[in-house]
Write a protein that binds this ligand. Structure first.
Ligand code: FES
Length: 157
């Protein structure tokens, strides 16, 4: 059963205190819990957050399921999220995403055998002017080519 760390619990309580409506703290709390649960959210996480936040599981679940930045299954150490929305797609991001998967030997949303990478296609990340782009964990990488993207990933320890 998932339980937040002391620090995680303090952070969630801080988020709850920040807003008039406690539902507003669901997104930041899911982020905190996801980080502590090896990068993904499962029913155990939802259950624990529901108890800590005093919000029905269904309410937390609907937020969790709506937003793609919350992972429904484990991801690799580096979560490679390639934007495949219109601006990036016009600049070749879909081909780039396919190339990355091919080079890493995985399908979308799978974890590589060494546990290092998961490649996902995501919606617009708000960086359309620097297409094509991808986000790896918390960092944006922009104006990529398939080769520059792979070189970047190969350099990650
Ligand atoms: S379309 Fe890719 S960042 Fe907006």
């Amino acid at each position: 059963m998932f339980k937040l760390s002391e620090q995680g619990l303090a952070e969630v309580k801080k988020e709850l205190a920040r807003y008039e409506a406690k539902e507003s703290a669901i997104i930041p709390s899911l982020y905190i819990a996801q980080k502590e649960n090896s990068g993904f959210v499962n029913p155990s996480v939802i259950h624990h957050l529901s108890q800590v936040m005093d919000i029905p599981e269904a309410r937390i679940n609907e937020v969790f399921k709506f937003y793609t930045m919350f992972n429904q299954k484990p991801v690799g150490k580096y979560h490679v999220q390639v934007c495949t929305n219109i601006s990036c797609a016009l600049e070749g991001s879909r081909e780039m995403a396919g190339y990355i998967c091919h080079e890493l030997g995985v399908k979308y949303d799978e974890v590589t055998a060494d546990g290092r990478f998961t490649v996902s296609k995501v919606e617009c990340l708000g960086s359309c002017g620097t297409a094509p782009m991808m986000q790896v964990n918390d960092y944006y990488h922009e104006k990529l080519t398939p080769e520059s993207a792979m070189n970047l990933l190969r350099g990650m320890k």
